[in-house]
Design a protein around this ligand. Structure first.
Ligand SMILES: O=C(O)CCC(=O)C(=O)O
Length: 281
């Protein structure tokens, strides 16, 4: 099973791990994540999108599933045994939301202050996982991917990529799946949010993983390194708030190693209360 998933990730750039959250448990997680996102929605979220970064501070209903062996063993096979979480974000795509632009995720997205400049090397350096808390269907805006695009050395967020980020790509597809499944993809993959043409919100989480050696400091609100990157490039950066100590203390033992590097007060002393950076990509 894992061999097949790894082959798909290598050749196509993505695969789906089914039922990471069991069918009879996913509704409770969906409702909990949606309620936390409603309560703590970012004021600068794009139109018809609910968004909350640092979700782990506001809701822990999904935490036990992060260590599901069928899921975590795949992440570790891709990024090594010290893989850790870089982003924990909730996304609610409401009916009528517009299709997103085609892009690769941080740190390959060239719009971000902290990015690996294109042309970048061909290696797995960051993994994006999209958790389907609602079933992903074509009508409700299932994520659009361009299979094989992760092997490109650039992506449509770069001005000279050769493909306009606003234009659909001819071979793109939408990844559908049942609630509780997780789309795992190389963060270099060209992808976009689909338009939700249904009458129900599509609730999902973007949980991203980094190897231990990837510098995440630019994501921490208030960090000097973050401020310098933004000033020197004139570009924005995503932000991921520190995990609160009491939240961390309550996480399952198997999940703690995934968040330990981001716990408040265990960060470098240059961190001060921070600014807000806009929607992440
Ligand atoms: O909402 C989606 O389907 C895609 C989200 C996305 O583009 C991202 O998280 O980078």
């Amino acid at each position: 099973m894992i061999e097949e998933q790894l082959l798909r990730l290598k050749l196509d750039g993505w695969c789906v791990v089914d039922a990471v959250i069991p069918e009879d448990e996913v509704r409770a997680v969906r409702e909990s994540v949606a309620a936390a996102t409603d309560r703590h929605n970012r004021p600068d979220a794009p139109s018809k999108i609910g968004h909350r970064t640092g979700l782990i501070n506001y809701d822990q209903s999904f935490a036990p599933y992060l260590a599901a062996p069928r899921f975590l063993s795949l992440i570790k096979a891709l990024l090594g045994s010290h893989a850790r979480i870089s982003f924990t974000s909730a996304m609610i795509n409401y009916p009528g939301n517009a299709r997103g632009t085609l892009h690769a995720d941080w740190p390959f997205n060239q719009h971000n202050a902290g990015h690996i400049p294109a042309p970048y090397p061909d290696m797995v350096a960051h993994v994006t996982t999209l958790w389907m808390l609602s079933p992903y269907r074509v009508e409700n805006g299932a994520t659009i991917v361009v299979p094989g695009s992760h092997r490109m050395e650039t992506n449509p967020s770069a001005a000279n990529c050769g493909h306009d980020e606003a234009v659909p790509y001819p071979t793109e597809i939408q990844v559908t799946g049942s609630a509780g499944s997780v789309l795992v993809m190389d963060s270099r993959m060209w992808h976009a949010a689909g338009a939700n043409r249904s009458d129900e919100p599509r609730v999902a989480m973007a949980i991203r993983f980094a190897p231990w050696w990837l510098n995440l400091n630019g994501l921490m609100p208030g960090a000097k390194e973050r401020a310098r990157l933004q000033k020197e490039t004139g570009l924005r950066e995503n932000e991921v708030e520190a995990v609160k100590r009491d939240v961390f203390a309550g996480l399952p033992a198997a999940v703690k190693p995934l968040y330990e590097h981001w716990v408040e007060h265990e960060r470098p002393s240059d961190v001060e209360p921070g600014e807000n950076a806009g929607a992440e990509r």
